[in-house]
Design a protein around this ligand. Structure first.
Ligand code: SF4
Length: 152
């Protein structure tokens, strides 16, 4: 797990803005991992109206001893999260949005993105939600709370 920055490293002390634009970029691309715990597996299974063992068998696999969601190779040879869906108007979203794992809920306030303004800007290149002028504002207190939710 990447360590959250110390308070003295909080270059974002004046807060940051973010609001998802439903482009789906963070749910596709190079192969990656969406880690989740047992409770999150139960919640995702409930949304799908199946039991947790069935959920794990159909939609997940173990890597490095932990559960991660499956991916599906698309026509652009990228890897979509198994729950990425097309929405009206060309947008893309999550089939399990209300029960998505913490890793997804806490994007883009991940330790690796918050290391510096440079890493934040770098992540923003592929996430238009981090560049929106009308985005929700997150004060530093909220960012700290989100950072502490990360287990991955
Ligand atoms: S990349 Fe950013 S704007 Fe696009 S779906 Fe993910 S969070 Fe939303």
């Amino acid at each position: 797990m990447t360590q959250p920055p110390n308070n003295s490293d909080e270059w974002y002390k004046d807060g940051l803005s973010f609001e998802c634009s439903l482009c789906g970029n963070c749910c596709t691309g190079a192969p990656g991992f969406v880690w989740f715990n047992e409770q999150e597996a139960d919640e995702m299974a409930t949304i799908l109206n199946i039991d947790a063992p069935t959920f794990l068998e159909k939609y997940a696999h173990k890597k490095f001893g932990r559960w991660t969601l499956n991916e599906v190779k698309n026509e652009k040879r990228q890897y979509d999260c198994v729950f990425l869906i097309d929405l009206p108007g060309g947008q893309r979203g999550c089939k399990l949005y209300k029960s998505r794992p913490t890793q997804c809920r806490t994007w883009p306030f991940w330790p690796e993105n918050l290391k510096s303004s440079r890493t934040w800007k770098n992540a923003a290149k592929t996430c238009p939600g981090m560049r929106r002028v009308d985005a929700n504002f997150y004060p530093v207190e909220d960012i700290r709370i989100i950072l502490n939710q990360n287990e991955f």
